[in-house]
Ligand binder design. Structure first.
Ligand code: TYM
Length: 326
């Protein structure tokens, strides 16, 4: 069995991009692999957070994990800061990471652009992410395309340390879907769908009501040539909607295009509204019950214990190989 690890930040507004790029893969992988899914709260504090809201968002993401179909009997679900090995390993990896490579990370460049000084945590973010992955001897990391550079850095650090010390880490592979790995914003299909965009119609959040889903899709940016065709470069809006349709329906993009031959954008969007509503309804129905249950916290406690036991073994090996501790 391969070991799978991935994480989601508890920052609210978990959206269709997160679902199609990452969460849907998490569910599919859990039957044939040993999966560990984390709520990465330490990553979320690289930007200011309201403590009360953050706690609540942690439980929201935990409940969403279960609502989309992650089964805590099969997979480990836990909160990052509940296992101290993440921070501990992060420091050890920091000592083998270079400021040059960290300053080339596009996410850091985007978030710090125009600022004279940025929080050091934002700069170190990818090293903490590498620690998350390497702490569990992970083979596969299912993520969206936006995390590709971070996974590469994680691999580089692991290989560097394996070459310098005794073989210490498993070198992981990213797992990116052909379709769904980069869902674009509905109002501006040149940007990726994001949790933090100001316009709520730029995204569909997993807990959006039917009326909001309809509004966001019906006003999604398309183009003026009126032809339903997959061409991300020249028709980014329509292509993004076709991708969403394809992944949600399980049909290939070619089949979707063929089934709408001769139709207008309005009809296509109406159909997309229906299949999106259908896909999200069970998630929303499961969510409220799970979010309010006492069992949720018990699942997270149990997950932290199981994850902690694996992390402890790795930390012992790392410390031995580095010659630290006593
Ligand atoms: P986060 O919380 O930003 O996003 C969670 C997951 O959703 C994917 N994603 C998308 N996929 C397709 N289209 C989009 N528009 C879109 N937006 C986001 C992300 O790629 C991600 O898979 N750094 C990570 C969290 C993390 C992590 C880890 C992941 C921390 N440690 C270790 C894997 C392994 C992040 O910010 O995800």
């Amino acid at each position: 069995m391969k070991r799978v690890f991935s994480g989601v930040q508890p920052t609210g507004n978990i959206h269709l991009g997160n679902y199609l790029g990452a969460l849907k893969q998490f569910v599919e992988l859990q039957d044939d692999n040993e999966c560990i899914y984390c709520i990465v709260d330490l990553h979320s504090i690289t930007v200011p957070q309201d403590p009360k809201e953050l706690r609540s968002h942690i439980l929201d993401v935990a409940a969403l994990y279960l609502s989309v179909g992650i089964d805590p009997k099969k997979s480990i679900v836990f909160v990052q800061s509940d296992v101290s090995g993440h921070s501990e390993l992060s420091w050890i990896l920091t000592c083998s990471a270079y400021t040059g490579e960290l300053s080339r990370m596009t996410q850091f460049k985007d978030k710090s652009r125009g600022k004279e000084s940025a929080p050091a945590g934002l700069f170190m973010y990818p090293v903490l992410m590498a620690a998350d992955i390497l702490l569990y001897d992970t083979d596969i990391v299912p993520v969206g395309n936006d995390q590709k550079q971070h996974i590469e850095l994680c691999r580089d650090i692991a290989i560097r340390i394996n070459n310098k010390y005794k073989k210490t880490f498993v070198v992981p592979d990213g797992r990116f879907l052909k379709e769904g790995a980069r869902i674009m914003a509905l109002d501006d299909p040149t940007k990726k769908m994001s949790k933090s965009a100001e316009n709520i119609h730029s995204r569909i959040s997993l807990l959006d009501e039917d009326g909001k889903i309809k509004k966001s899709i019906m006003r999604a940016t398309t183009d003026s040539d009126g032809e339903i065709r997959f061409d991300p470069e020249n028709k980014p809006g329509v292509s993004n909607l076709l991708t969403i349709y394809s992944v949600l329906s399980g049909k290939s993009i070619d089949d979707v295009v063929a089934s709408f031959a001769g139709s207008g954008y309005g009809d296509f969007k109406k159909e997309l509204v229906e299949i999106t509503k259908e896909a999200l309804l069970p998630i929303r129905q499961n969510f409220s019950e799970i979010r309010e249950s006492d069992e949720l916290k018990a699942i997270l406690r149990d997950g932290a214990e199981r994850a902690g036991a694996i992390a402890e073994k790795t930390m012992k090996r790392v410390k031995d190989n580095f010659g630290i501790g006593f």
